[in-house]
Design a protein around this ligand. Structure first.
Ligand code: TRH
Length: 391
């Protein structure tokens, strides 16, 4: 983009639960600052929760600059009038904006965009970029939907991500350094037939069937599990008391490695290093796509099986170019992982047997999706177009 008129952005993030809200906001804020040279303020309602993702955050400070982004406490009634809105205000996931801030946005003729959750459902194209005038104030909110198609808001992808991943995959030393950093040097010595899998899931996932499939596989399997609160009960039920304090659990051909919760960058590297990734929610799902490896996605559980509809919509899109065998293996395993009733180990055993073909397909799909412009770029263009239409 030749010249950006709106170089100040305010991003608002409420951490509802889990890590996805802040994970997306932090990633996007940094990208807007680094790649689009914008002055970005990120307002967060729960600083303590945000430290999980923004690890160097000092919760005692009202504002601080980290990685080129000014991270601020959510405005309070007392200090709200001192906070002058930026030209572009990005509300995320319909988190709402502070009441006293909105009238100031009206005065400044701000651009108001609400970033929605990612979905592959077909209605997204119809709702993307649509305006919603405020019921009583002279300002309009615009809905911006991420998505997989050119008529949506696209997917978050940093401009150097592909090159970094390729560099990591090609360079043995980088991989050795990585496994040492996360304290699993042995991972680098695994034989060529060994399979590496990462696991990040909600507690409803049928981990028992997965583990049964992996422990009886024909080749050695390493399962890497970054720590998160959803996983503790599952681990406890799976391992003997003596193993609970250990970072490694052995079951047949399977070795489970319990990792700490990683930084976003280290988590990306884990996805790149593994042959298969189990991911969930929104941000880890997109990162798994960019990892160019087969993955199983568990959508955030919703009522009325809405998450299954979302899963099916994604699979219909993602697998549209796959052959019958790949389609059947992936649909079966994906649905077994997300259906709430207990499944059997069979879909996961089948998945492991077909990993080589699934890898070829994953590479094709990642390359195809990477041809599209990324979400931050589309957001900036969208905000600039709105400005031009306003003046
Ligand atoms: O944590 P999530 O379940 O978040 C979800 C989704 O965003 C969902 O859409 C939303 O409705 C719900 O929260 C409230 O999963 P997600 O989106 O994958 O976010 C996880 C973030 O944590 C992501 O940025 C990757 C990061 N992460 C690490 O930084 N280190 C780790 O070790 C792991 C496992 C994840």
């Amino acid at each position: 983009m030749s010249h950006i008129q709106n170089n100040r952005w305010d991003v608002f993030c409420k951490i509802v639960d889990n890590y996805g809200d802040i994970g997306v906001c932090w990633r996007l804020s940094q990208q807007l600052a680094h790649e689009h040279h914008l002055q970005v303020r990120l307002f967060v309602d729960d600083m303590a929760a945000a430290t999980k993702i923004i690890t160097t955050l000092d919760c005692t400070k009202n504002k601080q600059v980290i990685s080129g982004v000014e991270v601020c406490h959510w405005p309070t009634l007392e200090n709200c009038s001192e906070i002058k809105p930026a030209k572009v205000v990005l509300e995320t996931f319909s988190c709402g904006l502070p009441d006293c801030y909105i009238p100031q946005m009206v005065l400044k003729n701000c651009i108001w965009i609400n970033l929605e959750y990612l979905s592959a459902e077909s209605w997204v194209s119809d709702f993307h970029a649509k305006p919603s005038p405020h019921p009583s104030l002279a300002i309009t909110k615009h809905y911006f939907f991420p998505g997989f198609k050119s008529d949506t808001g696209g997917l978050i992808r940093e401009s150097n991500l592909t090159d970094e991943r390729i560099g990591f995959i090609k360079t043995k030393e980088k991989q050795t350094e990585y496994w040492q950093k996360i304290d699993i040097p042995k991972a680098n010595e695994l034989g060529d037939d060994a399979i590496k899998i990462s696991l990040f899931c909600y507690p409803q996932a049928d981990i028992t069937s997965l583990v049964s499939a992996l422990e009886t596989a024909n080749q050695p399997i390493s399962l890497f599990i970054p720590f998160n609160s959803s996983i503790t009960a599952m681990i406890d039920s799976m391992c003997e008391a003596k193993e609970k304090s250990s970072k490694e659990i052995h079951k047949g051909n399977l070795t489970i490695h319990l990792l700490p919760f990683l930084s976003q960058a280290d988590y990306d590297h884990l996805l790149w290093a593994c042959d298969l990734n189990f991911v969930r929610g929104e941000d880890s799902w997109i990162r798994a796509i960019w990892a160019e490896k087969p993955f199983i996605w568990q959508p955030y559980i919703q009522t009325d099986d809405t998450h299954i509809k979302k899963l099916n919509a994604f699979l219909d899109l993602y697998l549209s170019a796959a052959n019958a065998e790949v389609k059947s293996v992936v649909y079966e395993a994906q649905l077994a992982w997300s259906e709430v009733y207990t499944s059997t180990p069979a879909p996961f055993s089948r998945l492991i047997k077909h990993l080589a073909e699934l890898k070829v397909y994953a590479i094709q799909q990642t390359n195809k999706l990477a041809l599209q412009s990324d979400l931050a770029t589309r957001l900036v263009i969208f905000s600039e177009n709105l400005t031009e239409n306003k003046v």
